[in-house]
Design a protein around this ligand. Structure first.
Ligand SMILES: [Zn+2]
Length: 373
């Protein structure tokens, strides 16, 4: 699973991660706030479902999808094929939930909030939303009993679909209101679906007490999308948000409000457009850290990015220059930005720093500049 750590250009790495440090990143108590169920689909599950449905998916798609090179290829077309052909019964989604939570628990994620996109599944297969949600909730409850991990679902708006479909999604969520479904997100190609188109759906969600987050400033899309997500959609946190660095005034304002950015060090866009020899040096996450923004690292599409939640944390240290204190702060930002109950968050905030200090105290840390160039 840690293949990404192996294929990333070594010349950009100033810190060689020791075995003890890698063990620390695994054992660190953590939440995960930004992971997509489709991107967490294991390769054998993909092949299994494709076979089961005799899906018209090109034979080489699975191989290409699950191979991470130095210049990752776009996977959105493959995600569409997965939605269209592989998720046809509620139990298919329940299986993905179960397998994702198994993988997350292995990386010592204690609480996960994950995205799934109802729109294509509902439109293509005519499955009732309530039935799918019920199957997924049962999978979460089972994982909680078996693995001790808690989880919340975040239905995400498909921004390539019309805004009316986003309204339908929120209405279905309200009709089948469940405490395991904490709020809404939005994803897919930001270039084709600016945040302001979805203000009504966000308004409806917020009026009814649902929490909100949004992918914004991904794929090199401008900082204005981050500003619109915060101001017009009223989001509680921002997924990615990288181009906020282009507007220091906006960044300063969001820092003052403690706005959480769920960042993804393996995000394909920057690995594609930046030079292999110095991508980590110019990566916006590094600048976001320097600006003092509240960041929290995540795996996003763990099976496709070939990275675990623990690996995402490791990259913040090895490639993004985070210090031991930054890591500790990010752990607390993750707790603060989570949508778990106030009681649980207070418990974590009291206990996890003690665990952090004990685990981190047993490891030697490099505090100097993290790039040897
Ligand atoms: Zn994402």
């Amino acid at each position: 699973m840690e293949e990404t750590l192996a294929v990333l250009p070594v010349s950009a790495t100033g810190r060689v991660v020791t075995r003890e440090q890698r063990d620390f990143f695994t054992r660190l108590p953590k939440v995960e706030l930004h992971c997509h169920l489709l991107g967490a689909m294991r390769e054998e599950t993909f092949r299994d479902l494709a076979r089961h449905y005799d899906a018209p998916i090109p034979a080489d798609m699975a191989a290409g999808l699950y191979t991470r090179g130095r210049k990752p290829v776009g996977v959105l077309h493959a995600l569409r094929a997965m939605e269209q052909y592989l998720l046809r019964r509620p139990e298919d989604l329940a299986r993905l939930v179960r397998e994702y939570l198994e993988d997350a628990a292995e990386a010592h994620v204690r609480h996960a909030e994950f995205f799934w996109n109802p729109t294509v599944t509902l439109n293509t297969h005519g499955l009732p939303y309530g039935e799918i949600q019920q199957a997924m909730v049962e999978a979460i409850e089972q994982a909680e009993r078996d693995l001790g991990i808690s989880a919340l679902m975040i239905p995400a708006i498909d921004r390539e679909a019309p805004p009316a479909d986003a309204m339908v999604m929120v209405e279905e969520m309200l009709r089948h209101r469940h405490p395991r479904v904490a709020g809404i997100g939005i994803d897919y190609r930001e270039n084709d679906g600016p945040p302001e188109w979805f203000a009504d759906a966000y308004g409806l969600a917020r009026q009814n007490g649902l929490r909100t987050t949004a992918h914004a400033g991904e794929f090199g899309m401008p900082w204005t999308n981050v500003g619109i997500a915060v101001e017009q959609l009223g989001v509680d946190r921002v997924d990615h948000g990288y181009t906020v660095i282009d507007n220091p005034v906006l960044a300063e304002g969001l820092k003052g409000r403690g706005m959480l950015f769920t960042v993804v060090p393996t995000n394909s866009y920057y690995l594609r457009v930046m030079k292999p020899e110095d991508w980590a040096h110019h990566h916006p996450i590094r600048k976001m850290l320097a600006m003092g923004l509240a960041l929290h690292p995540n795996s996003d599409d763990p099976q496709l990015h070939r990275v675990s939640a623990a690996g995402a944390w490791e990259l913040m240290y090895s490639h993004m220059g985070a210090s031991r204190d930054d890591l500790r702060a990010m752990m607390l930002h993750g707790i603060a930005g989570s949508w778990a109950s106030a009681e649980r968050k207070a418990q974590w905030a009291a206990q996890w720093p003690l665990e952090f200090d004990m685990l981190a105290g047993a490891v030697e840390w490099e505090e100097g500049p993290s790039l040897r160039r």
